[in-house]
Design a protein around this ligand. Structure first.
Ligand SMILES: NC(=O)c1ccc[n+]([C@@H]2O[C@H](COP(=O)([O-])OP(=O)(O)OC[C@H]3O[C@@H](n4cnc5c(N)ncnc54)[C@H](OP(=O)(O)O)[C@@H]3O)[C@@H](O)[C@H]2O)c1
Length: 264
């Protein structure tokens, strides 16, 4: 698995999201197997949020004694300043008292949240302060946050159907040396319903691609500004399939154009 730099952390290019997929009331064998598969295949970057119901608690429990192998990214998501402190405390408790990447989810009260997260970073409770948004209309504000110099990473969507970050945000991240966490590589599942034939995928075989989900993962990771992609799944075998897209060679313009046509 190739590693890239994210604000001084070395991160694998494939990680794992937990929105919906880890929102189960009881920790079960499926969730344990998904996390174990991710770690065993080197997809050690895991992303969660208090927005995702039970996901942080379940993810923390499934990491268990292997927590030191993981690079945990989570978020704070509330308009209430005191609740934000409680959320941050709860997240830290789920992940053994330390979180590698702490993000302001959807830019909610971002100025105050950055103050709070910076204090936690100064106290040694987290490594990297970051911010996320998924909506194209909010990317301008996310760019403003990047220009403050206060975030080491941002999390944004990027796939053949959501290319709004290409024009400005990704070049800005590269210019400023800000890491990029790629969310929604499959457009929340919307792109994996189609299954191009082996013949259609044949030009991507020299790039190690054996399935359309792998083509979509390589599509995002072929942008040099992207640090890590975080597909989510409820099926352990798919976690392994996704992790297998984590090595070069990476796509050039022709291969990216092909994936766009296959996704159209
Ligand atoms: N504002 C934010 O900060 C924000 C917003 C959105 C997402 N995120 C983060 O980004 C992560 C990823 O985004 P997402 O979960 O919305 O969507 P996604 O990863 O683009 O797509 C997830 C869907 O793809 C399917 N899938 C995964 N691997 C597959 C494979 N190999 N073959 C076929 N289908 C596959 C899954 O179905 P199965 O379960 O059936 O495999 C699931 O329905 C989230 O989990 C979350 O951590 C953050």
């Amino acid at each position: 698995m190739e590693h890239r730099s994210l604000a001084g952390l070395s991160v694998p290019v494939i990680g794992m999201g937990t929105s919906q997929t880890f929102d189960v009331a009881e920790v079960d064998d499926t969730r344990r197997e998904i996390t174990t598969t991710a770690l065993d295949h080197g997809a050690t970057f895991v992303d969660s949020s208090p927005m995702y119901g039970h996901a942080e608690r379940v993810l923390g429990a499934t990491l268990g004694s292997r927590r030191p192998e993981a690079i945990v990214a989570t978020k704070v998501w509330t308009p209430d300043d005191e609740e934000a402190e409680r959320q941050i405390d709860a997240s830290l408790a789920f992940f053994g008292g330390h979180v590698e990447v702490f993000q302001v989810h959807n830019l909610v009260e971002w100025r105050t949240r950055l103050d709070q997260l910076e204090r936690r970073r100064d106290a040694g409770q987290l490594d990297v302060v970051a911010a996320t948004h998924w909506k194209a209309s909010e990317l301008g504000e996310l760019e403003d946050v990047m220009r403050t110099g206060r975030v080491g990473a941002v999390q944004v969507p990027y796939n053949p159907h959501e290319r709004d970050v290409e024009e400005r945000l990704l070049p800005l991240a590269a210019d400023l040396g800000i890491g990029v966490i790629l969310m929604r590589p499959f457009a929340a599942g919307g792109l994996v319903g189609r299954s191009p034939s082996a013949q259609e995928l044949a030009p991507l075989a020299p790039f190690g691609v054996t399935s359309f989900p792998q083509a979509l993962l390589k599509y995002g990771l072929s942008h040099p500004a992207v640090s890590v992609s975080i597909p989510a799944t409820t099926r352990p075998e798919r976690m392994a399939e996704n992790a297998a897209a984590g090595d070069g060679p990476w796509f050039g313009p022709e291969e990216k154009a092909l994936v766009e046509r296959l996704a159209a």
